[in-house]
Design a protein around this ligand. Structure first.
Ligand code: SAM
Length: 349
């Protein structure tokens, strides 16, 4: 179906750069998420299988190449860059990339440079992130119970992450916690997690599990519709609808009792595609125009074929002209296999 979408609000109003990338549905591409590595120091059960095969290091873009590609996107109207992974803070030399990308913040050509992290390295890097102009980060945390945390992440230590969050808050970062809702695992804890996050001045976003990659377990066992989560939270809290948007797919409510914001990302029960302003770059230079579709464009070859950016810009334009209207995830008893073969650590969530 190629029916046109009504133009929607895709973030703060500003004059568009003349060379802004516009997709076939009149959506301006202003947000690039970059998976700087597919490696991670955790093995979350819904994200990866325990024995993952990672990309050969030789296939990875260097930090200089990542910088060059990101900078081309910034020249073409991208206003927000998010570094993700894998775990972005385990990529060697990552702060060199953050430091060098921060020149676009200083130049006013980028509104926001941000990071999504599991928090394990934050105690080490929070101060440097702030020094390089990062103001907000997302930290993924599904439970405050150390045993459950270990069971979900397989390799993670809750204490280390909590210390990282403390360091981030102390450094002045705005922290948003992202929690994936998992049936029978953390579903009874989400009200508590809300109180904890809001008590420390952090927003919380609850994410519905998405069918990406073979993880060696049935998705149906993990899947918990957020309609149920919300109904349960509404028994304890007053959830007031608010208009707040971060340019992402979350829909927010204000929790009257805590005064904090609570977001819901519901790719399966609610379609968030119509206002999609984002594309995703992997650490090998593959551009995914949609988190939930296989179609992708190789930017590494055009990047490496020429020192000038014409070839890579042409490849980006061609890719954006193929950005699909939306995705179509399904988890039910007839669709036990992943909707897509690739894991979340490849495109970074
Ligand atoms: N390592 C970083 C982190 O933990 O935030 C960044 C990468 S991680 C892939 C990004 C986010 O994707 C995390 O919040 C993680 O919980 C979420 N995620 C991974 N697999 C998912 C899935 N199948 N469904 C929903 N969320 C998923």
């Amino acid at each position: 179906m190629t029916e046109a979408l009504a133009p929607l609000d895709v973030g703060p109003k500003r004059a568009r750069a003349p060379r802004t990338l516009i997709d076939p549905f009149a959506r301006a591409i202003t947000y690039l998420r970059v998976s700087v590595t597919d490696r991670c120091d955790f093995r979350c059960v819904y994200c990866m299988a325990e024995n993952m095969t990672f990309l050969p290091k030789a296939d990875l873009l260097s930090l200089e190449e990542l910088d060059r590609l990101c900078s081309v996107f910034v020249e073409r109207g991208v206003r927000k860059l998010r570094l993700t992974g894998g775990e972005p803070l385990v990529r060697r030399g990552i702060m060199t990339l953050v430091a060098s990308l921060s020149r676009h913040l200083a130049a006013g050509t980028l509104d926001e440079l941000t990071v999504t992290t599991n928090g394990s390295q934050l105690a080490k890097y929070a101060g440097e992130l702030v020094a390089h102009g990062v103001e907000r980060i997302n930290v993924s945390l599904d439970t405050l119970d150390p045993d459950k945390f270990r069971a979900i992440t397989r390799w993670g230590e809750l204490d280390q992450v909590l210390r990282g969050i403390d360091a981030a808050l102390a450094a002045g970062l705005h922290v948003k916690i992202n929690a994936v809702a998992l049936k029978g695992v953390n579903e009874d804890e989400l009200a508590e997690l809300t109180a904890w996050a809001h008590g420390r001045g952090m927003d919380l976003t609850i994410i519905e599990v998405m069918p990406l990659g073979d993880i060696g377990e049935g998705r149906l066992e993990q899947y918990l519709p957020l309609s149920l989560v919300r109904a349960k939270l509404a028994q304890r809290y007053t959830l007031d609808e608010i208009d707040y948007r971060t340019g992402g797919p979350a829909r927010y409510v204000k929790v009257k009792e805590t005064g904090g914001r609570l977001g819901f990302i519901t790719p399966l029960t609610h379609n968030f595609c119509e206002s999609c302003n984002r594309v995703r770059l992997t650490c090998t230079g593959t551009l995914y125009m949609c988190l939930g579709q296989e179609d992708a464009a190789d930017l590494r070859s055009p990047l490496r074929r020429s020192q000038e950016n014409d070839l890579v810009e042409a490849a980006i334009e061609e890719a954006i002209s193929r950005k699909p209207k939306g995705h179509d995830f399904i988890i039910d008893r007839r669709h036990q296999r992943p909707a897509l073969a690739r894991h979340m650590n490849v495109t970074g969530g």
